[in-house]
Write a protein of this length. Structure first.
Length: 164
């Protein structure tokens, strides 16, 4: 094809334009991802600082996993919360002493035990969830309801895509 005195290959130019657009989009996306990574790092730093100030958070994670998945073996709890079994074992001991968890023999393997949340443990967990919800509610009280719904959807999608 001839255009303005020059040979013009429309298909080739279209491919070049698409490639240039992809490169530009990729560069913008990379910048956005860097910024997202910075924001996520700052958020997780705050979460980790809160956990250090309140070690009970780790125990509540264990209690939540047992209440959600129980009766369950300690090894499965460790998988659910992403902690080392020895760490989970210490949390379980503390939760048992507090009356929040109890052990029972595993009917399929008498050498093993299964954990279950006690009534007191469920009540303690519900109270912890209410307090956490209040913190989130206070922090996001100025958000529009549609922004909250969108954030929830996008956060779930992010978690699903990243965890894969």
């Amino acid at each position: 094809m001839q255009r303005d005195g020059q040979a013009f290959d429309e298909g080739h130019q279209t491919v070049m334009m698409v490639d240039e657009h992809r490169e530009l989009r990729s560069a913008v996306l990379d910048e956005d991802l860097v910024e997202l990574d910075k924001e996520l790092s700052a958020f997780f730093t705050l979460v980790m600082r809160a956990r250090m100030r309140n070690p009970e958070i780790g125990m509540m994670s264990v209690l939540s996993a047992v209440a959600t998945h129980g009766p369950v073996r300690l090894s499965k709890v460790a998988e659910h919360v992403g902690l080392d079994p020895s760490t989970v074992s210490r949390h379980v001991q503390n939760l048992e002493r507090a009356g929040f968890l109890a052990k029972a023999a595993d009917p399929t393997d008498r050498r093993a035990a299964k954990l279950h949340a006690t009534d007191a443990g469920v009540a303690r967990l519900q109270e912890a969830w209410r307090r956490r919800a209040a913190v989130i509610r206070d922090g996001l009280s100025h958000w529009a309801p549609e922004d909250l719904r969108l954030f929830k959807v996008l956060l779930e999608r992010f978690a699903d895509d990243v965890v894969k």
